[in-house]
Design a protein around this ligand. Structure first.
Ligand code: FPP
Length: 257
């Protein structure tokens, strides 16, 4: 099916299911590193390391496939409850990912954005995240949003606090608080909502990921562990997305954000 942009669609045209173009924004819950490793008798850390390789493949494929924004869930606000050694491993992987891959990402036109709570992260990690954002801020090929120490409820609470502060300063009236206003205070305010959220490993839940922005996202659950994810798996998920009929609460199918 040839992708069709909304601008080419006559106002009375009702696209059938199967007409969705390439999603502008794909978000991924990269799940199953530990199970991938256990199934092979390997330490969980090896699963995370292979997960970084899958991430590299996926960023490359997403750029080639014309996806504008790729958001990845790399460390959740709830992951602090894991054993200290595993947290240390995940922090080390983030450090190495930025140190080793930043130049290549920059060269490939990737703009890096980081969402989540920076407080509570080691100062050197905060500096690396800032450096990655600063170096790549003008790149335009694809935006890679790294959700790190991220939780959607916490993000919504931060937005609510910003709104409350503006009300307290007398800048906005309580009656002026709308969903649109709250959306402007979220971490991803300037980016389109995810059209497609993929979760690997067969689990079928959002786990506190992008709860606000996922209101009309299509969800695709892939029965493979994250270290096995590759371009073919991404293309299969995009094919599934293309077949979905998106109505955004209305009666007429629409072709995305
Ligand atoms: C889920 O697998 C994965 C994570 C908690 C972390 C995802 C991290 C990576 C892919 C590598 C790190 C990348 C960066 C940029 C830091 P799991 O451990 O929950 O697997 P399980 O459910 O099988 O135990």
């Amino acid at each position: 099916m040839v992708p069709r942009s909304t601008s080419e669609v006559a106002p009375t045209f009702t696209p059938a299911a199967g007409d969705n173009p390439v999603p502008r924004h794909v978000a991924i819950i990269m799940d199953g590193n530990g199970r991938w490793a256990s199934a092979r008798g390997l330490p969980r850390a090896e699963g995370h390391r292979r997960g970084v390789e899958a991430l590299r493949r996926t960023v490359r494929a997403a750029g080639e496939l014309g996806i504008e924004v790729l958001t990845i869930f790399s460390f959740s606000a709830e992951n602090w409850s894991r054993p200290a050694a595993e947290i240390t491993e995940l922090m080390g992987l983030l450090r190495r990912f930025i140190r080793n891959d930043l130049a290549e990402l920059h060269g490939a036109g990737v703009r890096v954005r980081v969402i989540g709570e920076r407080n509570g992260l080691d100062p050197d990690i905060r500096r690396l995240l800032e450096e990655a954002e600063e170096l790549t801020r003008d790149n335009a090929r694809i935006t890679l949003v790294v959700a790190f120490n991220y939780g959607a409820r916490q993000e919504i609470a931060r937005a609510a606090r910003r709104v409350a502060e503006a009300v307290a300063r007398g800048e906005i009236a309580p009656e002026a608080i709308t969903a649109e206003l709250i959306a402007t205070k979220l971490d991803l305010a300037d980016l389109p909502d995810p059209d497609l959220i993929i979760r690997t490993s067969g689990e079928q839940r959002l786990s506190n990921f992008l709860l606000w922005q996922a209101a009309y996202s299509e969800l695709v659950f892939v029965p493979i562990f994250w270290p096995d994810f590759d371009r073919v798996a991404l293309e299969n998920a995009l094919a599934e997305y293309r077949r979905r009929e998106r109505r955004f609460g209305g009666l007429v199918a629409r072709t995305g954000s």
